[in-house]
Write a protein that binds this ligand. Structure first.
Ligand code: NAP
Ligand code: MG
Length: 497
């Protein structure tokens, strides 16, 4: 059954999409545009302004002006700022159908999933951050310096870092915008946001909603682009901090660009190759759906996807068979098909890349226990795939595939799984399935990852920090931890007379 397309979303896709700079919707300086595609049909969905370096500079200038001491944004009280952020969450909920439709069309994900997960979590994130605006506090510090005797009053001030550049990915377009913009607003920074070229629409609609909520001009600027807008943000001399979510490869380029220019602060949320461990004593009615969900949710296009499934040997056949049954029962189809739970991959590039990995794995001796191929002949649909007979030297066990492809690997003793699970340059997430609390805790403690889920997977909460060890990134998103990414600490020390 087809989901009824929200008429407002359809109308929005047809408008000429511009850049949001200084509160105005403007064309790119060059007048150029690019097209965004519906990955389920490969048809053009809309035209978007093609922002380049000059547009980034215009946007940074607007963000700098909005950050001036006497600008309206800086004069708002934390409580007023909190109320405004809250209003954004209300508007997201009010427009839930429209935003979920935009995600289904532009990204390809299921409308129902987008509404229940992406949109709901985005609204919740802003609501959570609204509360933080009034709770950003410094501390008083007793001074007893042997080199400076005297009586002092010393305290810290937490101040917004300034003009922020943010580059977000296409796998959760609206939600990633929320993760990034929520803390920017809570801390009182201003921002230039660059959505992914594949999925610009929901962020642009969010921009409209933010202006409707009463955000002062220039606080949030949105520059859509492809090819050089991201690099222009990373290298800009007047950007104080850059936050990026995407591949480890581009993350390293951003860190380098910051190092070569003004040493702007950098936080990165990058790739993963997360281990999901099922012990033989696990409740299989939880572990099997958990393992399937861990890899197949969002078509495997999750930085934290449980893409290496380690199964204790005695339970290997049962878990493999159970996950395979689930894989086979997934209905792959358009995001507007209400029965489909898995949509297309985002682009032809990703489609080729994912199928290329599967082929390479098979050439090296891996077997596709289920799946391994394309679905249909139109749209970037790939079958949910389980690979067996893989080994740690194969790219399918080492590299981020970013598609619905999992490597199932047996292990013998609980001790045996820790080393291979940690044998990766990534460290974003991990899963552990067992009924034994001791084993669960000991394993969680030894896994080198920013998140460990026990008897569940993909559980996200606005209050729960998320981010990577090792090459999975720098810093944390969400929770109060993310606020630090956008704050400077000023120590004020006064000698009492
Ligand atoms: P990507 O290459 O990591 O990132 C593309 C984004 O980075 C675009 O917005 C691009 O903007 C910007 N960019 C490119 N070069 C830049 C530079 N030198 N400095 C600053 N920004 C730069 O992502 P992708 O090509 O879409 O996907 C490739 C792989 O990334 C996937 O297969 C997956 O493994 C991974 N990925 C991870 C996540 C995640 O959530 N961690 C999400 C998506 C993808 P401009 O084109 O304007 O420069
Ligand atoms: Mg698109």
């Amino acid at each position: 059954m087809e989901v009824q397309v929200d008429p407002k979303a359809e109308e929005f896709t047809r408008t000429q999409h511009k850049l949001l700079i200084d509160g105005e919707w403007v064309e790119a300086a060059s007048g150029k545009t690019f097209e965004t595609i519906n990955p389920a049909t490969e048809e053009i969905l809309g035209e978007v302004a093609h922002g380049e370096e000059e547009d980034v500079t215009r946007a940074v200038r607007a963000a700098r002006k909005a950050f001036a001491d006497d600008a309206p944004w800086r004069k708002m009280t934390p409580s007023e700022r909190g109320r405004l952020i809250y209003q954004i969450s209300e508007l997201i909920e009010e427009h839930a159908d429209e935003l979920a439709t935009l995600e289904a069309l532009d990204n390809g994900k299921s409308f129902n999933v987008a509404k229940a997960a992406d949109v709901a979590l985005a609204a919740d994130l802003f609501r959570y951050m609204a509360g933080w605006a009034t709770k950003i506090e410094g501390e008083t510090i007793p001074i007893s310096s042997p080199a400076a005797p005297g009586e002092y009053l010393a305290f810290t001030l937490k101040e917004p870092v300034g003009v922020v550049g943010q580059i977000i990915p296409w796998n959760f377009p609206l939600l990633m915008a929320a993760w990034k913009l929520g803390p920017v607003l809570a801390t009182g920074c201003t921002v230039v946001l660059k959505p992914a070229e594949q999925t610009p629409l929901s962020a642009l609609r969010l921009g409209e909603l933010m202006m409707e909520a009463g955000l002062p001009d220039g606080v949030v600027n949105i520059v859509t682009g492809m090819g050089d807008a991201g690099a222009a943000i990373a290298a800009h001399e007047d950007v104080d901090k850059v936050a990026f979510t995407g591949s480890t490869e581009v993350g390293k380029m951003i860190a380098q660009a910051a190092g070569k220019t003004n040493l702007k602060k950098v936080t990165l949320e990058l790739g993963g190759k997360s281990p999901n461990v099922v012990f033989k004593d696990a409740d299989m009615s939880v572990a099997i759906p958990g393992a399937a969900h861990g890899i197949f949710f969002n078509h495997g296009q999750c930085c934290n996807a449980g893409s290496r499934l380690y199964i204790q040997r005695e339970a290997y056949d049962e878990v493999l068979e159970g996950v395979a049954e689930r894989a086979k029962s997934i209905k792959v189809g358009s995001g507007l098909d209400s029965e489909a739970t898995m949509g297309p991959l985002i682009s032809e590039e990703q489609f080729e890349k994912v199928l290329g990995y599967v082929e390479e794995g098979q050439q090296e001796g891996a077997e596709a226990y289920v799946g391994g191929g394309r679905v249909g002949d139109r749209g970037y649909f790939v079958e949910p795939t389980i690979l067996t007979n893989t080994s740690p030297d194969m790219s399918v066990e080492r590299e981020e595939i970013f598609g619905p492809v999992v490597a199932a690997v047996p292990f013998d003793e609980p001790e045996d799984v820790i080393a291979p699970a940690n044998e990766t340059h990534y460290g974003l997430a991990a899963g552990v399935f067992t009924r034994d609390i001791n084993k669960a805790y000991r394993t969680a403690k030894r896994l080198r990852a920013g998140t460990v889920w026990i008897n569940c997977y993909h559980v996200f909460d606005a209050a729960l920090p998320f981010g990577g060890y090792k090459e999975s990134g720098w810093g944390r998103e969400m929770g109060h931890h993310v606020l630090e990414n956008y704050l400077e600490t000023k120590a004020v020390c006064a000698q009492l007379q």
